[in-house]
Design a protein around this ligand. Structure first.
Ligand code: XMP
Length: 520
């Protein structure tokens, strides 16, 4: 049994909203353990465990009147467990309990004003002067109140914007309390969890650390474990956690693909081998990767070559360690959720991601994924509890194929060296100007174009360097970061003046979507 199974929790029933993960993160920030389950999974025979103290029904892209598409087990509303419905969840509660939902005459997207009509435990301290600004995103509206329900608040286009049946502990709200644009939205979640579900705090970084250590110790016993270490946040936290739990029974394998950032291999070896005294096998496979990638410019081919070679090398070294039973991976909760489509539709493949995660199936090793119920910010906090250096914890994400996918066109040693330098100057400038932690991910890329420049009265004909810096919550959507002109000038000068091979710097101002974060 997982330790999480014994904790009291909130269960979030996901109907496919883009904000479902935000609800979960907000609840965990409040110190409560919660899990997300797809609405499809709660079938008629599904039994809710005793430790579920509250249900939250998320928003979603469907309409409640498309009853065939919406699978919803109505019994949930009669299970005596408090339920909070958000947006689509609000509409489904209303419909099931005898109200009516229809397409709104005017849709509400973005900021809206909600006006208080009645008092409620759910909205205690939420309104100031009977009003509040909230974030809406709906085209349908509840137009008839279900029997035994009371209206708590209205907005311009949603007269039944907050409703409740306090006796049955059923609550519905049309807006999104989980997004930051809803002022004091967290208070609604707090009221629901602590005052209505009456659940006690059970989820702090310290709790998590000791629970996870106990959990992996129980699972692993005296067996041996291998872990593919990339030097990124997730695999580093897994390695340190396992090393605390099982000491020398852990061996990490770190493959230098040659596509790492400047000095990255030195930092990883110094941190894990020298400082933490973790068994670490360092494999310098730079030449192998370069030779396999020779003359390859197709992004998908590059990714496949890197992924496959990585696995081959990893397997070769893993086989040298005797009696290994487990393979540790840094899978996170969003990886689990994103891999399943809530509405059942096939999401189209944009890129085949490679990370140290997608590892050997045929090795007959059992998987151990201690972080698979955590979000990235929780992993970072756990890392701090484990005494990992801030340098590693606050690191921007770095893709498995590394610099190879930041260099459209063919890959050469020369280009890699130029790119490593450009990236180094950019990241150093971000850190020196205290911008690094305000940005979710930043990097330099080398474009396969040469342009003409003039330096010291001489003509130059060199590569184009592209800089990308984005803000994001989870990498699924992103916007470009707005730098001051003086900073951009500084970075551009640093790069062009110090690196032979680059004579022009451009900044990527596209968001995701339509672009992706990486170039390939
Ligand atoms: P995209 O480019 O898909 O990137 O918008 C989203 C996030 O994923 C990272 N990324 C990868 N991470 N292996 C990884 O481990 C990969 O193959 C890979 N491709 C993209 C990217 O850096 C960004 O944080």
């Amino acid at each position: 049994m997982r330790l999480e199974d014994s904790l009291e929790k909130i269960l979030i029933v996901d109907f496919g909203s883009q904000f479902t993960q935000l609800i979960a993160r907000k609840i965990r920030e409040l110190g409560i353990y919660c899990e997300i389950i797809s609405h499809n999974k709660i079938t008629k025979t599904h039994k809710l465990e005793n430790n579920i103290k509250g249900l939250i029904l998320s928003g979603g892209p469907l309409n409640v009147y498309q009853s065939k598409k919406v699978k919803f087990n109505k019994k949930l509303l009669f299970s005596k467990i408090p339920v909070l419905g958000i947006c689509f969840g609000h509409q489904i509660i209303s419909k099931v309990m005898g109200g009516k939902v229809k397409q709104s005459k005017s849709r509400e997207f973005g900021l809206a004003k909600v006006i208080k009509i009645n008092n409620s435990l759910l909205t205690k301290n939420f309104f100031s002067k009977k009003e509040n600004n909230v974030w809406m995103s709906h085209a349908d509206e509840v137009i008839k109140l279900p029997k035994n329900f009371k209206v708590i608040a209205k907005s311009n286009n949603s007269k039944l914007c907050i409703i409740e049946n306090s006796k049955e502990k059923l609550y519905g709200i049309q807006f999104h309390p989980e997004v930051t644009h809803t002022k004091r939205g967290k208070i609604i979640l707090k009221n629901f969890i602590f005052n209505i579900c009456k659940i006690k705090k059970n989820w702090s970084s310290r709790d998590k650390k000791s629970k996870l250590i106990k959990d992996v110790r129980n699972k692993i016993g005296n067996s041996k474990v291998i872990c593919a270490l990339s030097g990124g946040v997730d695999s580093s936290v897994v390695a340190k956690l396992l090393s605390n739990a099982i000491g020398k029974n852990l061996t990490c394998i770190f493959v230098n693909t040659g596509m790492l950032r400047k000095n990255e291999e030195k930092q990883v070896v110094n941190t894990f081998k020298k400082r933490f005294k973790i068994n670490l096998i360092y494999v310098n496979a730079e030449k192998q990767f370069l030779s396999k990638l020779k003359n390859i410019s197709d992004p998908e081919k590059k990714r496949k070559i890197i992924g496959n070679l990585f696995i081959k090398i990893f397997e070769k070294y893993a086989k040298k360690i005797k009696n290994v039973k487990f393979l540790a991976q840094g899978t996170l909760y969003p990886d689990l959720i994103e891999s399943k489509s809530v509405t059942g539709s096939q999401t189209s493949k944009i890129k085949s991601h490679h990370n140290v995660g997608g590892l050997p199936k045929k090795m007959n090793l059992k998987l151990i994924e201690p972080l698979k119920y955590l979000f990235k910010d929780e992993v970072r906090k756990l890392g701090l509890e484990l005494n990992l250096n801030k340098e590693i914890i606050s690191r921007h994400p770095f893709p498995g194929p590394g610099l190879a996918i930041r260099m459209p066109g063919i890959i050469t040693k020369d280009k890699i060296n130029i790119l490593k330098e450009a990236d180094h100057y950019f990241i150093k400038a971000l850190k020196d100007h205290k911008l690094y932690d305000r940005i979710w991910q930043a990097y330099a890329a080398l474009l396969p174009v040469k342009t003409v420049g003039v330096m010291g009265d001489n003509r130059t004909y060199e590569y184009l360097c592209l800089l990308r810096a984005i803000t994001s919550e989870d990498g699924m959507t992103a916007d470009f970061f707005e730098f001051k002109k003086s900073f951009m000038q500084f970075v551009s000068n640093q790069i062009v003046n110090n690196i032979r091979g680059i004579n022009r710097v451009v900044y990527d101002i596209t968001s995701k979507p339509p672009s992706t974060i990486e170039l390939e």
